[in-house]
Design a protein around this ligand. Sequence first.
Ligand code: GDP
Length: 195
Amino acid sequence: MNITAAEFIISAPGPKQYPVEGYPEIAFAGRSNVGKSSLINTLTNRKGLAKTSSRPGKTQLLNFYLINKSLYFVDLPGYGFARVSKETKSYWGKMIENYLKNREKLVAVVQLIDIRHAPSRDDITMHQWLKHYRIPTVLVLNKADKITRGKWAQHAKIIRQSLMPDPETPVVVFSAETRQGREELLGILDKMVKS
Ligand code: GDP
């Protein structure tokens, strides 16, 4: 996939504001601070397209980015922020789950996991939803620049053992810092959109 155009369209508080053109969508899911904004900026080659280091409260919205005038990247609200109330957490959960369950043109979800750490409870729950709703998923193990290359396989193994992804789920080692994995991920997403 060669991204030649990328523009922010809307921060949607709920389904009423989601775009209606019916373009295919690729959603990005992960804990707050895992690097979703940085991943979207790296893929699109636009430094400030997605805002990095967003605060809780601002992140309860689904952000839609129109790619090549024919596809949406959807930044889902980051989960697992310790400082928010239980009510807010359950609202986020419902919003994400409803989106995953009901969005007809959702072709794939990119789930980000920090390669340095074992998946959190929230990471595991999210992955189970994706499996349950049979949504094609790509696991992106990011911030790879923060550990030595020699440790990638070992960390990837621990993450796989915890999440137990389906065998067809691609796993991409990624870094927004070095752009490691960018071409590989774009190639995978291209195939998923076209299939
Ligand atoms: P979001 O909350 O998931 O959108 O996360 P952000 O994209 O705002 O990133 C959170 C923090 O992690 C920021 O300080 C980023 O600069 C940093 N970060 C994101 N991706 C990477 C990466 O691949 N490598 C390194 N070293 N830092 C990263």
